[in-house]
Write a protein that binds this ligand. Structure first.
Ligand code: THU
Length: 119
C-alpha cells in the first residue's frame, strides 16, 4: 500500500497473495493520467505472482486506508477466479478493521475457462 501510485484517487491499496508453496507476492494499485489504464493492487499482485512462477493461491490480503474493509472490484474477482476460484480473501484497514470472504461468494457465477468450450 505504501508503494501505491494513486495521485488521482488518493486511494492507496496493497494486496498480498499467499501461494501454495508459502511464497507471498505483493501488488499495489498503479494509476494513470489516462484513468482506464490504471491497475488495481489485486491484479498487480496476480501478475507479479504468475510472472514469478506461481499459479496456485490460497489467500489474498487487501489493505487500504478506507473506513471499512473493501472487497476486490469485479474485474479483479474475475481475474483471480481463473487461478483460485475458492480463494480466501481478507480485507483490512490500517486502523485494524477486518472482513473475510470467499471468492466463490463474491463471484457466484463466474465466466470460467470451461465456459469457452463449445461443440
Ligand atoms: N482499487 C484497487 O486497487 N483495488 C480494489 O479492490 C478497488 C480499487 C484501486 C483502483 C484505483 O487506483 C483506486 O483504487 C480507486 O478506485
Amino acid at each position: 500500500m505504501q508503494r501505491a501510485y494513486a495521485p488521482y484517487s488518493d486511494f492507496r491499496v496493497g494486496a498480498a497473495l499467499l501461494c501454495d508453496d508459502g511464497a507471498i507476492v505483493a501488488g499495489c494499485n498503479v494509476e494513470n493520467s489516462s484513468f482506464p489504464a490504471g491497475s488495481c493492487a489485486e491484479r498487480g499482485a496476480l501478475s507479479a505472482a504468475v510472472v514469478s512462477g506461481h499459479r496456485q493461491f490460497t489467500h489474498l490480503v487487501i489493505v487500504t486506508e478506507a473506513e471499512e474493509p473493501t472487497p476486490p472490484c469485479g474485474m479483479c474477482r474475475q481475474a483471480l477466479q481463473e487461478f483460485a476460484p475458492l480463494l480466501d480473501i481478507t480485507s483490512m484497514t490500517v486502523s485494524g478493521a477486518e472482513a473475510r470472504w470467499s471468492l466463490a461468494d463474491l463471484l457466484p457465477h463466474p465466466f470460467t475457462p470451461h465456459s469457452l468450450h463449445h461443440p
